[in-house]
Structures are given as C-alpha cells and as structure tokens.
Design a protein around this ligand. Structure first.
Ligand code: OGA
Ligand code: MN
Length: 285
C-alpha cells in the first residue's frame, strides 16, 4: 500500500492520502500517523465514512484512553449516551436544529473562541479526532494555529518571563466570557486545573505555547496582569502566518494535537443550517 502526506501550510498541517481509517489501522499505519502528528500537528483525511464505533476504536488504537468528562456533560447526558463522543453538532435529541434559546447551543458558541480541547482536565486532552457528517453550504470552517512556531517566534524576554509560569484553565471561564451562566453545582464540577504556558515536549524536544480561551489566570500573579499576558500571547499566536483554515466536506476526519495547536470554529447559519460533527479526544497520559 502507498500513502503519503501533502503539506497544507508552511509550518504544520498535512493531508494524508491513501489511508482508509475504517480498514487500514494496523501497527505500521498507527506508528506512521503518530510520527506524522509530531511533525504536522494537524492531519486531514478526506472521504472517511466512519461509524461512531469505528471512530472510537481508531482513537483508542492511536492513543489509548479517551476523554469522557466533557464540560457540556455538566448540563446533562448527550444524545449518544456515550460521553466519549463529544457532540459538536447544532442538533438536539429529536434530530432538529437547536434553537438560539437552547442552553446547549449557547454553550457551544464558545467553540468559536481560540482554544485547545480539555485543557481544564487532568489528565488533559491530547489528540482530537473530529468527524464531519453533515456540513453547511456556507461558513463553519475550523482554524488551527501552530503553537510551536508561535513559541519559536517569541522574543527572548517573553520566553524568559513565561518559562516558569502556569495558567489555570477552566471551561466555565471560556463560557462565562460570552455571558453563559452556570448554576453553582455546574460551576463547582468545572473548577479546572493549571498547566505550564511554555510546554516542552520531551519526545520531540520542541516547546509549544499552551493557551486557550479556558485560561482564566496566571498562577500566583494578580488576575488582571495574568489575563493581559494570556491575551497578548494568544494575539501573537493567532497571527495569520501561524494559521491553517480547514474547509470541511462531509466525511472529512481531522486529527489535531491539542498540546501543540489551538483551534476555533468559524460562524455559519447555526440556527437554520445543519452541521453534524462528532469528536473523540484522547488523554495525555
Ligand atoms: C471541537 C471544536 C470547532 C468547530 O470540536 O473541539 O472546537 O469548528 N470544533 O466545530
Ligand atoms: Mn475544540
């Protein structure tokens, strides 16, 4: 079998050609994809007709344990009855498009802020595998930022300032920024955790900026100082030269490394056009 990767951006992101994920996941392919994720951080596969079970199995084969404590679970169980599948769709239990008044659709809007998945958990999210089943005619792309190149291009003073700092991440913070209101018990479940901002990966020897809309403050810093630093770093990291934009087609599967990228969804007519997307995220453990 022959397979290869076509680069999609100058510093990261590639399209994998010649692999059928519902069939070809032997150890040779899995090893090739793990190495490719260390190099490209974002891998695009077109034309992958995957069932939920196939998506779950492939994620487990690729990287082991799956993330199940999704933030949205604090609002109640999802329509699949399996919290390892994160519902990134705008569709409710009855198959109809969620109304703007629905808490779930308001909650989901925070995916349009630059973030990385499950940074508020311990262990945190590692790879996300997002499968597009139905895509809207217009809009609804996903942007990815290369956080290793963004780190490399920081000035030396900034690298020195952040070298020992941690940011606290809570999914409640990213939602509250948009005005979403949690009940006290929901907020308690979503307290979150802290991680280094300059994150050295022992395997690759490269450092990435580890930031997200979930990053609420810098540990041991006054809140406003920390928020300004986080804001400045995110602004730097999402310069267009670090960004790849994925235009979805139905049956695309995109895998990204949450430890070396950030991403955000872009707007579409979410109260009238269906967008059915299912995500499985592995854990960094
Ligand atoms: C996600 C996510 C953005 C999008 O699945 O984690 O943030 O464009 N998705 O749907
Ligand atoms: Mn996400």
């Amino acid at each position: 079998m022959t397979f290869h990767i076509n680069p999609l951006h100058a510093s990261f992101a590639g399209e994998v050609i010649g692999i059928n994920l519902s069939r070809d996941c032997g150890s040779e392919i899995l090893g090739y994809l793990r190495e490719a994720l260390d190099t490209y951080a974002v891998l695009v596969f077109r034309g992958q007709l995957l069932s939920d079970d196939q998506q779950l199995l492939f994620a487990q084969q690729l990287d082991g344990a799956l993330h199940t404590k999704t933030g949205v679970a604090a609002l109640g169980p999802n329509r699949f009855g399996n919290e390892a599948i994160t519902d990134v769709s705008n569709i409710g239990d009855n198959g109809a498009i969620l109304k703007s008044s629905d808490r779930r659709s308001q909650y989901a809007l925070a995916n349009r802020l630059w973030h990385t998945d499950a940074s508020f958990e311990s262990p945190r999210g590692k790879y996300s595998l997002l499968s597009a089943r139905i895509v809207p005619e217009q809009g609804g792309s996903t942007e990815y930022a290369d956080m290793r190149s963004a780190y490399d291009e920081l000035d030396l003073d900034t690298k020195a300032i952040i070298s020992e700092l941690k940011a606290h991440h809570s999914i409640a913070y990213s939602r509250e920024r948009l005005g979403f209101e949690f009940k006290a018990n929901e907020r308690e479940i979503l307290y979150g955790t802290a991680y280094p901002i300059a994150d050295l990966n022992q395997r690759t020897g490269r450092t990435a900026l580890y930031l997200a809309a979930h990053a609420s403050h810098v540990v041991d810093w006054p809140i406003p100082d920390g928020r300004l630093l986080i804001q400045d770093l995110i602004e730097h990291a999402v310069d267009r030269k670090f960004v790849y934009t994925h235009q979805w087609k139905a049956h695309d599967l995109v895998i990204w490394d949450n430890l070396t990228t950030m991403h955000r969804g872009r707007p579409y007519a979410c109260y009238t056009d269906k967008r059915e997307m299912r995500r499985v995220t592995t854990l960094d453990c």
